[in-house]
Design a binder for this molecule. Sequence first.
Ligand code: NAG
Ligand code: NAG
Length: 317
Amino acid sequence: MVSANFLGVFLLMELLAGGFRFGADGLSMNYYIFNCPFVEPIVRSTVASALQSDPTLAAALVRMHFHDCWIQGCDGSILLDTTKDNTAEKDSPGNLSVRGFKLIDDVKGKLESMCPGVVSCADIIAMAAREAVSWSGGPVYDIPKGKKRMEGGLKSRTLSNLPFPTFNASQLIGVFGQRGFSAQDMVALSGAHTLGVSRCSSFKSRLSDPVDPTMDSDFSKTLARTCRGGDNAEQPFDMTRNNFDSFYFQALQRKAGVLFSDQTLYNHPKTRAIVNNYAMNQAMFFLDFQQAMVKMSLLDVKEGSKGEVRADCRKVN
Ligand SMILES: *[C@@H]1O[C@H](CO)[C@@H](O)[C@H](O)[C@H]1NC(C)=O
Ligand SMILES: *[C@@H]1O[C@H](CO)[C@@H](O)[C@H](O)[C@H]1NC(C)=O
């Protein structure tokens, strides 16, 4: 049992750290401070222990957050299982092997037993992604919480309109711009590729007819070697697939970006300057990344805090 005294000190620290502000949308950094005060430590410890046994989950959690938010705003719909009249996002083509669902279930289970019906699935994804970033050595940041947005009556959506690995920098600037992200936000968010791997199927078209000339010739041999393992063979985006750092941008400078949509950031004059800055100045990358992630977590949030919290992230109530 947590002593009342400790709880008091803890709440006070949270208040001092985050202030106690609610935005016009009803979201707040401290949204759960009174009705589920230990939400942050619970998410942190559960994510940390999962990442200790499988560090590759960090990339998966960041990707899950991106996919959840990108389509129609962060609402946890990516967690829904397929039902007879609704094909889940995770089972639709283009799900890009999103994983980490069991970890989210674990977090949700712990939170439901402590404060039932309080913490939304969308917030859990956003917090888990944030923990994954800081656990991997990336920036530590806070996000506005309280997103419920119709979690009750939600349907899955197909994963459409995602930025494709074949997009060039102008196209990337365009699709991110439509969502309110600047070119700088877009390059910073692309830096999430500092974690994780790509699969051969996403870059094999760069290797033939003709070989993508924007790629270093030794690096194209590396990619070709990976692809001998088949379409699912994994290629890390940079030398440190489980560390959040600026090596991804340094790889782009060496023309060793894995996807066309990575390397293109170094080929467009506008984004090249940003890549060069981030390659040289990791602190700048971290700062811009955390700001862009907060923007991401607010994507299409209108009247964000109105709605219903799901009891099980896999099903509507
Ligand atoms: C992604 O969708 C494919 C079908 O397109 C399915 O076979 C696969 O299991 C899905 N991945 C996950 C993680 O559910
Ligand atoms: C980027 O792709 C679009 C669509 O294919 C094309 O129209 C445009 O010319 C390309 N831009 C550059 C700089 O290659």
